[in-house]
Design a binder for this molecule. Structure first.
Ligand SMILES: CC(C)(COP(=O)(O)OP(=O)(O)OC[C@H]1O[C@@H](n2cnc3c(N)ncnc32)[C@H](O)[C@@H]1OP(=O)(O)O)[C@@H](O)C(=O)NCCC(=O)NCCS
Length: 199
């Protein structure tokens, strides 16, 4: 396990895609543009909070897993509005409402133009949030726990009171994993559940 390197981005985006479907499986066949999931769920953390990134690498040094986090979710979402979304909004057009139902690519493009904002009550109780992903060949070996424990310790050291994250309701493996690690279900949302952990 190591910190982020400048040349990790492509491999980390690839992990994001290969673990990006609703069950935590490979989403490669679901998207025409393979970078969209990485732009939505990963890139901003690499760019804006690189000190909270941890990478699991294989014997050749290639990333096979990661955890990323934002220390202060409200501040992070504000920063994304000036430092992350603008260039992507120039690159990806906003899909027309009249063209619904949207493809997954179009849904991702719509989210780039109008990202979800975290509810203020959730952010008050659990100010930080995280994302974790491991390729199938390194799942079930203890790396998920190691990454979560590392990032929670790091967030607490930096003054955070707690962390939250969202999981799709179809991702049974991740739901069992977070319950096992002692996270509590804070509330549900359409299609998923939010877990939280107070430090
Ligand atoms: C979910 C994920 C991060 C878990 O990481 P992992 O490395 O497979 O899990 P670990 O091997 O570290 O498991 C840690 C502990 O959780 C337990 N555990 C894991 N999955 C579990 C489950 N579904 N139910 C109950 N316990 C589970 C393990 O037995 C282990 O217990 P122990 O440490 O007390 O012995 C990983 O499978 C993954 O990246 N999946 C794809 C992407 C994804 O879904 N990310 C999360 C999106 S929110």
């Amino acid at each position: 396990m190591r910190g982020l390197r400048a040349d990790d981005t492509t491999a980390l985006y690839d992990i994001s895609l290969k673990t990006g479907d609703a069950a935590g499986g490979d989403a490669s066949s679901l998207y025409d543009d393979p970078e969209l999931l990485g732009h939505l769920w990963l890139g901003a953390y690499l760019a804006l909070e690189p000190e909270l990134v941890r990478v699991v690498e294989d014997e050749s040094g290639l990333p096979v897993g990661f955890v990323v986090a934002a220390l202060d979710t409200v501040r992070f979402e504000q920063l994304c509005e000036t430092e992350w979304w603008p260039s992507l909004r120039e690159r990806y057009r906003r899909p027309h409402a009249s063209a619904q139902p949207w493809s997954l690519d179009e849904q991702a493009m719509a989210a780039i133009h109008r990202p979800e904002r975290t509810e203020i009550l959730l952010a008050r109780q659990y100010p930080s949030h995280l994302h974790v992903a491991l390729l199938p060949e390194v799942q079930g070996l203890g790396w998920g726990r190691t990454l979560i424990e590392w990032v929670c310790e790091e967030l607490a050291l930096r003054g955070s009171d707690g962390v939250h994250l969202g999981v799709d309701e179809g991702n049974h493996r991740a739901i069992g994993f977070y319950r096992h690690l002692g996270f509590t279900e804070v509330h549900g949302f359409e299609g998923g559940v939010v877990f939280g952990c107070r430090f």
